[in-house]
Design a protein around this ligand. Structure first.
Ligand SMILES: [Fe+2]
Ligand SMILES: [Fe+2]
Length: 163
């Protein structure tokens, strides 16, 4: 019987039940993203934001696809997909809205990178692959938002934080 514990420092190794909880957190972030993009894409005003408003509308649809994929993985693991969104911030200010979106995408990317490692550690390679595909789109969302905010993409995708 394999009863050895994972080494304490390998934070990527989580039991299957904990993976369900983590995926439910991811699902809540996807719901949050859907709501934010539905609203922001319609209320962003100003000629300079017309192009990004169109992009946000596409993001909304992609986030719905992500939610469906994540819910499917939770069900596959024997969990129940949750029905609660993370809180959505609102603002009258266009730039602030975009910054909220970018902060959320950064958080999402951080989590999915970790989730890919966790799935692989459990031998869930197909699940890791699904999450990788989502990750590709989340990084595109980051780039769209960073560009709209006039930031260099590398500032966002390769932050000088954590080691
Ligand atoms: Fe997403
Ligand atoms: Fe996204």
């Amino acid at each position: 019987m394999a009863d050895r514990q994972a080494p304490a420092e390998s934070t990527s190794i989580v039991p299957r039940v904990q993976l369900i909880d983590l995926l439910n957190e991811d699902l809540s972030r996807e719901y949050q993203a859907i709501i934010a993009y539905v609203v922001y894409s319609q209320v962003l005003k100003g000629a300079q934001y017309m192009a990004i408003a169109g992009e946000l509308e596409k993001h909304a649809k992609e986030e719905l696809e992500h939610a469906l994929i994540i819910a499917k993985q939770i069900d596959y693991l024997g969990g129940m997909p949750n029905v609660t969104s993370k809180a959505v911030k609102t603002s009258e200010d266009a730039e602030e809205m975009l910054r909220f979106d970018l902060d959320n995408e950064n958080e999402t990317v951080r989590n999915y990178r970790e989730r890919v490692r966790q799935c692989e550690a459990l031998g869930e390679y197909a699940m890791a692959e699904h999450i990788r595909e989502i990750l590709v789109q989340e990084q595109e969302h980051q780039i769209d938002l960073a560009t709209a905010l006039g930031k260099h993409v590398a500032e966002v995708t390769h932050p000088k934080e954590r080691g």
